[in-house]
Design a protein around this ligand. Structure first.
Ligand code: ADP
Ligand code: ASP
Ligand code: MG
Length: 584
């Protein structure tokens, strides 16, 4: 007898007929002898309708009252779902998040789960009932209703599956599974039979709306197999599983975060500690920052750029302007019409020329790239918002992702539970940041182009040339251009430094740019789960490094890793500082 958690999204329970159809799916599993817990979202666009209602009353509703309001959507759907099961002649009991005992912190509208009690649910299952749990909600220590953030029912489902030790968490939605990109934007997108946790985490947090990113954090930490499939059509779906069993593709998918905003602090004092001033304040406001890029700096001054979700722009700008004064900066600029295009693949670091393929594709479409950041498994490029869809299309095509679905089906890979990560035992709250390790790599060199013209095709030229020279780059960072001039840095294995400088020289000559290099740098990586989604992780690293007098050359983040590049002589010292800072 298996324990199954089934989650039905808004479109899957949009009306009475759909609720009954979903109820039949739960009953079929129950009839097959399994214990079934169903997690349900609000019907159709109910949550949007409630948000809109609140806006009609006030522009700035209290977050606590928003949670009180939004949680009603799921309360309606669980009750109707239980009634549908009753009317088909079976036992079912609906429960709110509070009734289950889903304890969260008090961060209204984006609360994190601390613990989940299994007593109530287990007792009902023992009694032979199908349990219908309200998604997206919980209760804090003071008895206030909280919600987990938009799309959070996925997270309720996987978290419940984790504490109940479920054999599988099935996510029923309005598409056939996880695709290489949003199939509603690009019809040629292909369904992936399976995908690794790390890739799904990255894709989800970089804009692929099919899964709530935090649900994948639970899946990875607690070893829950997740199967995404259609509510309306039978099919194998997509199995989300640990990296060891997933295919090692250089590119698995392309994500578009279409509502991004870029903020730049111009001419800040270039000394250890200035970044901390800014990022600690942003973190305190719970704003998740991405694409942090600092220029090389001249005359003791430097620009610092970063991106935030468009919804956070107003607050982030307020905070940045006040920090800019303290940083002695000359000004703050921003762009609220940008989008972030990312290609994600766990096999990227072993493949040749991935960056070249991506930037050549953008260049052929005449798309200008404003900023670049990478991690081991992704490359992100910031482009004009109106060019976002064309950029996705071009990159998708360049990696031949329309053919990515071929090669096995989810049915062939069995959803099997794996044991929770070691780090989980040390966590106080289920959803706390999980830092696993800090490692030092001192085998790389850093090459930087300065005075690069801000024109389409420049990044393509660089990575095509490096590709021709047989060089594989690791980290890539391109700054936000100022006065028509950008900087681009990359790291290569130190033994390839001479060849890299030579190739860089050829490009610099044709583009009237300059090249600088550091023969040996130290790259420090913090690895874990939830590194980017927990605001302030980057800042926890800036402060102790600054206190130790270490200057950071490059930063890059992903959901499972945060990398910083520092001077080689300071590598060992930085490692010790970071291990202490993260309690390792
Ligand atoms: P639900 O209400 O079931 O939670 P969502 O709307 O949250 O459904 O998620 C499903 C939607 O995610 C799809 O309709 C699709 O447009 C979108 N989507 C974005 N990226 C992807 C992707 N890579 N694969 C599949 N769907 C995606
Ligand atoms: N109903 C909530 C929302 O629309 C949660 C969810 O659907 O996952 O965001
Ligand atoms: Mg969803």
């Amino acid at each position: 007898m298996a324990l199954v958690v089934q989650k039905f999204g808004g479109t899957s329970v949009a009306d009475a007929a759909k609720i009954t159809a979903a109820a039949r799916k739960a009953i079929a599993r129950h009839e097959a002898g399994d214990r079934v817990v169903v997690v349900v979202s609000a019907m159709g666009h109910q949550t949007d309708i409630l948000v809109d209602l609140a806006k009609q009353i006030t522009e700035r509703p209290s977050a606590r009252e928003m949670d009180m309001l939004l949680s009603t959507g799921e309360q309606v759907s669980v009750a109707l779902f239980a009634m549908a099961i009753h009317s088909l002649g079976y036992k079912a009991v609906s429960l709110t998040g509070a009734q289950i005992g889903i304890r969260t912190d008090s961060t209204h509208t984006r609360a994190r789960i601390k613990s989940i009690s299994t007593d109530h649910v287990t007792k009902l299952l023992d009694d032979g009932a199908i349990v219908i749990a309200a998604g997206f909600q919980g209760i804090d220590q003071h008895g206030n209703i909280t919600t987990l953030g938009r799309g959070g029912s996925d997270t309720t489902a996987v978290a419940l599956a984790a504490v109940l030790g479920a054999d599988v968490c099935e996510i029923y939605t309005d598409v056939d599974g996880v695709f290489t990109t949003d199939p509603r934007i690009l019809p040629e997108a292909a369904r992936l039979p399976s995908i690794s946790h790390d890739e799904m985490l990255e894709l989800a947090s970089l804009g692929a709306g099919v899964m709530h990113p935090r649900s994948i954090e639970f899946a990875k930490k607690f070893g829950v197999p997740v199967l995404v499939r259609s509510s309306f059509r039978d099919g194998p779906g997509t199995l989300i599983l640990d990296a060891d069993r997933a295919a090692q593709r250089p590119a698995s998918g392309v994500a578009l975060a279409k509502d991004e905003a870029r903020i730049t602090i111009e001419d800040a004092r270039d000394e250890p500690g200035v970044n901390h001033l800014l990022f600690s304040r942003l973190a305190a406001a719970g704003i998740a920052v991405d694409m942090i890029v600092q220029n090389m700096g001249q005359g003791g001054r430097t620009d610092v750029s970063f991106t935030v979700p468009g919804d956070d722009l107003v607050e982030a700008l307020e905070i940045t302007r006040s920090a800019a004064d303290a940083m002695g900066a000359r000004g703050v600029s921003h762009d609220d019409a940008v989008a972030k295009v990312s290609v994600v693949g766990v096999g990227m670091d072993r493949a040749e020329g991935v960056a070249g393929t991506m930037f050549s594709a953008l260049s052929r479409e005449g798309i200008n790239v404003h900023m670049i950041t990478t991690s081991e498994i992704k490359i992100s490029a910031l482009v004009d918002r109106r060019e976002g869809p064309a950029a996705v299309k071009a990159v998708h095509k360049a990696f031949h992702l329309e053919a990515a679905g071929a090669g096995g089906d989810a049915a062939a890979v069995k959803p099997t539970k794996s044991s929770p990560l070691e780090v989980v035992r040390r966590l106080e709250g289920m959803e706390d940041l999980a830092v696993e390790d800090c490692i030092l790599d001192d085998t790389q060199a850093l090459v930087t182009f300065t005075h690069l013209p801000d024109r389409p095709g420049v990044a393509a030229d660089i990575f095509e040339e490096l590709g021709r020279a047989g060089l594989n780059v690791d980290m890539i960072v391109q700054s936000h251009p100022r006065d028509g001039i950008a900087e681009l840095s990359f790291t290569v294995p130190a033994e390839n430094r001479d060849r890299a400088i030579e190739a860089a020289g050829r490009i610099a000559e044709t583009r009237q740019a300059r090249v600088a290099d550091v023969p040996h740098v130290a790259k420090l990586s913090i690895t874990g789960v939830g590194i980017r989604s927990h605001a302030g992780v980057a800042d926890r690293l800036f402060k102790p490094l600054a206190d130790a007098g270490v200057n950071i050359d490059l930063v890059s983040t992903s959901e499972v890793r945060l990398n910083v590049v520092v001077n080689a002589e300071q590598g060992e010292k930085s490692l010790a500082v970071l291990r202490t800072a993260f309690g390792l």
